[in-house]
Design a binder for this molecule. Structure first.
Ligand SMILES: [Zn+2]
Length: 361
């Protein structure tokens, strides 16, 4: 299941059974399996009320028998026969459990948003290695061998001629590598590309890139052709997190400026919720540590900051209190196709009420 359809399935959940959402630290570099499983039991106790024992057992038996313990974190969603979903996470998350009518997607969005999805191309004058990275892990890897480029022939009368021939081979190889990257980007519908290689090759590649591909390049970095996939992944994830951070600072500035001018943006929970339920939000921005209570319409699911009766959207009489309006806002954003950005270290967003949005129109 792709990232998007998994998220849609989660936010579209409308079963009558409550959902047990569990986030687990499964990084064996820190602690033993048994200690990590114990943390799950403790998280269940901290819920303060008893979830369906079948859901708890389903998660426990998945940890015992189904899970491969290859990723550092894990998200599990269980609601009896209505819902069962497991999603490996690229980073360790704090082990916590949630019990509510809807899946708790906030932590998941935070992790996915930080690492995004991108194609990575490691290129030299001869060969190329292409990767698709998703969920913070390598989903596919391909190698492309070009014609041999010998770089160290000495002297001789035809040295210049020989160099030119080598340059031609190298350029042909680069073009083929770029073509392969273009194919991958198209096939996987990737919106972001990273390039890696030597300074010299990166410069040459930049000159040869066709414009549509160039616009998708979010970062370049120096890397050795022989680098292990693990090292490349780690370098590119760092770049991805940095790019994400930069973009978010920019989006926050834009939202605050636009909102002040009465443009297509909102700041604060009340206005942002309203626009989310109008389906107008394009980019949702949530401060990492922002939490808020709210009221949910028992009929249409509208979320408000105050218990207004009747519901402003459908007119139904009953608005029920929810301890976590922000999770519902994030779910609504996913449901309506908005991008969710969990923003770190941004004082301006905190001062603007912890949540803001840029609208489609
Ligand atoms: Zn309503």
């Amino acid at each position: 299941m792709s990232e998007d359809s998994a998220l849609q399935a989660l936010t579209g959940y409308s079963g009558s059974t409550e959902v047990l959402s569990v986030y687990l630290d499964t990084f064996l570099g820190h602690q033993s399996k048994d200690a990590l499983k114990l943390m799950f039991r403790e998280a269940i106790k901290r819920l303060g009320r008893e979830p369906n024992p079948k859901d708890v057992e389903a998660v426990a038996s998945y940890l015992n028998m189904g899970y491969d313990w290859q990723s550092r974190g894990l998200a599990v969603f269980s609601a009896g026969k209505d819902l069962w979903m497991t999603i490996p996470l690229p980073i360790a998350v704090r082990t916590r459990a949630y019990l509510a009518g809807k899946p708790y997607v906030r932590t998941l969005m935070d992790v996915l948003d930080r690492f995004g999805r991108y194609c990575l191309a490691l290129i030299d004058h001869q060969d190329a290695r292409l990767f698709l990275v998703e969920h913070g892990s390598i989903q596919s890897e391909a190698e492309l061998e070009g014609d041999e480029v010998k770089r160290h022939r000495q002297g001789g009368r035809s040295e210049r001629q020989y160099s030119r021939r080598i340059e031609n081979i190298a350029e042909r190889n680069l073009k083929q590598s770029i073509q392969a990257l273009e194919d991958l980007v198209e096939r996987t519908d990737c919106q972001r590309v990273m390039l890696a290689g030597s300074n010299e090759v990166l410069g040459a590649v930049q000159d040869l890139l066709p414009d549509p591909l160039r616009r998708k390049v979010i970062a370049t970095f120096i890397a050795d052709m022989e680098a292990t996939p693990k090292a490349l992944l780690s370098m590119s994830l760092d770049m991805a997190a940095q790019v994400d951070w930069d973009e978010e600072q920019h989006l926050v500035d834009e939202a605050i400026t636009q909102a002040a001018k009465g443009g297509a943006a909102t700041i604060g929970l009340a206005d942002t919720l309203y626009q989310l339920f109008q389906g107008r939000v394009h980019q949702l921005l949530v401060a990492e540590d922002y939490h808020a209570e709210g009221y949910v319409c028992a009929h249409c699911g509208y979320v408000a900051t105050a218990r207004s009766s009747p519901c402003p959207l459908c007119g139904y009489d009953e608005m029920v209190e929810t301890p976590d309006a922000v999770n519902l806002a994030i779910a609504k954003a996913i449901e309506t196709g908005a991008s969710v950005n969990v923003v770190r270290e941004n004082e301006k967003l905190t001062q603007a009420g912890g949540i803001a949005a840029l609208m489609r129109y």
